[in-house]
Design a protein around this ligand. Sequence first.
Ligand SMILES: NC(=O)c1ccc[n+]([C@@H]2O[C@H](COP(=O)([O-])OP(=O)(O)OC[C@H]3O[C@@H](n4cnc5c(N)ncnc54)[C@H](O)[C@@H]3O)[C@@H](O)[C@H]2O)c1
Length: 310
Amino acid sequence: MSRILVTGAAGFLGSFLCDRLLEDGHEVIGMDNRVSGQTENLEDAFYHDRFTLYEHDVTEFIHISGELDAVLHLASLASPVFYRDHPIKTLKVGALGTHKTLGLAKEKDATYLFTSTSEVYGDPEVNPQPESYRGNVDPYGPRSCYDESKRYGESLVRAYRDKHELDVRVARIFNTYGPRMRLDDGRVIPNFMKQALTGEDLTVYGDGEQTRSFCYVSDLIDGLVALLESDVEEPVNIGNPDERSINELAEIVLEVTGSDSGITHEELPPQDPQVRRPDISKVRSELGWEPEVSLRDGLRKSLGYFEERV
Ligand SMILES: NC(=O)c1ccc[n+]([C@@H]2O[C@H](COP(=O)([O-])OP(=O)(O)OC[C@H]3O[C@@H](n4cnc5c(N)ncnc54)[C@H](O)[C@@H]3O)[C@@H](O)[C@H]2O)c1
């Protein structure tokens, strides 16, 4: 059994990761300031006496008594709506929060896992995006608080690896969806599910021909655990390469929900990436991981959750 700190534990991915680590027999300390997370996501985790939750802001000094085997840093503002509302908090959690959690990992001689993002590639000029692609990010653009905080975070992780020989992992996560996503967080799948289930028109930004690749949450969690258990210290893309246009996604959501909602188009937000698809050759060859849940199946698995919430 290992003793593991998970920051961002009350969030969408953090809570599923806590559940998985507890199922695997570990002791888990969750940390969250609930700026976007919800304690109810941790209902299953609280059944285990090996789980504790600390309400704490990771940009402040962190003290944990006793040993730690791993520090998994998921805390962040993670959806466009939240990071547009809280740009300074977003920069602070990616910069100061990553610094504080790296310091803790160094003190405890723990393995450190950083959850980076496909947004480090910005509006990419190559598709699919391999890890070697250096990205196309506007440092002064409307999305830069998120993109640049994660790019800075990766750089800090690299510096701790080189300078302090810290054992590190970097996951570049591509769009992931499933139960426990907030209906108001502005990401496209909760938006469409809510609109389809309440009979509203689905809002498509721009002409809807921009693409995304959607990974179901259980696949993503398997990938994160496989990365943690590996010795791969370079960044690794984790996502589903099944690329779909937003128009296609809208049609599939209408089919899965059985909704007769229509579709309306609104202006595309500035600097919205035109394409997004992970090249997963590296994670396939080095970790033997690949996603198993199709988009239709993942949406069907999520349907009950969204029906309860609307
Ligand atoms: N879900 C995705 O599609 C996706 C894609 C790429 C990267 N990621 C990354 O994965 C991680 C988890 O994302 P998520 O989708 O679960 O987001 P989420 O918003 O559901 O969870 C993030 C959690 O971090 C917490 N948090 C934020 N700032 C904090 C602070 N200063 N101190 C303590 N806690 C804080 C929030 O309260 C929330 O519970 C994030 O780092 C995100 O950038 C997610």
